[in-house]
Design a protein. Structure first.
Length: 216
């Protein structure tokens, strides 16, 4: 995995979790959640696939990703402030979705991702949206208000992206031959397969449960 592809993966995971937390304010049954996760995954796949053909148009970004990280961090932080102060969801959710789409387009255009990588990234977006939304059902019963939990997540998210901004140039100039990989590729993908199989089993079980509930 190249460096930009790694950044894209992290942003994809964090943005998807953020979107799932915000969707936790809406009541979605299991079927609607699966459809929503599937559509989100398909859109992510198409965006990453198409963006791969735009590498020359955005080639200047390779030397300016630190500024892009700063912009992303500011947008997330401002969205967090607005949401916490007003408890109004539509505008922050819209900003997060637009920022997510633009981030995926720009990073995917400069990442060296093949079809298999894009497919794995898309499956991860499906899994994260599905699982995190399920966790929101528990978070609604936490002692702190749900809006505060989302605000804390977005605050940490913006801080992490800001750290990416101030460390990007140093990271790019690192001599990676000095480091040995701590992840072995094959077991990593085997673990992803196991996670996907578990989630598919959970989805099938919930669909079966819903169908039995409807018949009764």
């Amino acid at each position: 995995m190249d460096l930009i592809g790694g950044y894209l993966l992290i942003l994809l995971v964090l943005f998807t979790a953020n979107i799932a937390l915000m969707l936790g304010n809406y009541e979605l049954n299991n079927i609607k959640l699966i459809i929503c996760s599937f559509v989100f995954s398909i859109i992510s796949f198409l965006i990453m696939h198409v963006s791969g053909y735009l590498n020359t148009q955005f080639a200047f970004l390779l030397d300016n990703f630190s500024y892009l990280f700063i912009i992303i961090a500011i947008l997330i932080f401002l969205s967090m402030l607005y949401y916490v102060k007003t408890n109004e969801l539509r505008m922050p959710l819209s900003v997060i979705l637009i920022t997510f789409l633009l981030s995926v387009i720009l990073f995917a255009s400069q990442a060296s991702l093949d079809f298999f990588n894009i497919l794995i990234y898309s499956l991860l977006s499906f899994i994260i949206l599905f699982v995190v939304y399920q966790l929101t059902k528990l978070l609604h019963h936490a002692k702190r208000q749900y809006s505060v939990i989302i605000g804390e997540y977005m605050c940490l998210f913006s801080i992490l992206v800001f750290i990416f901004a101030v460390t990007y140039n140093s990271t790019v100039n690192l001599d990676y031959t000095m480091f040995s990989s701590f992840l072995i590729l094959t077991p990593t993908y085997q673990l992803i397969y196991v996670i996907i199989a578990v989630v598919v089993t959970l989805i099938a079980g919930m669909l079966l449960n819903d169908s039995k509930g409807g018949n009764s």
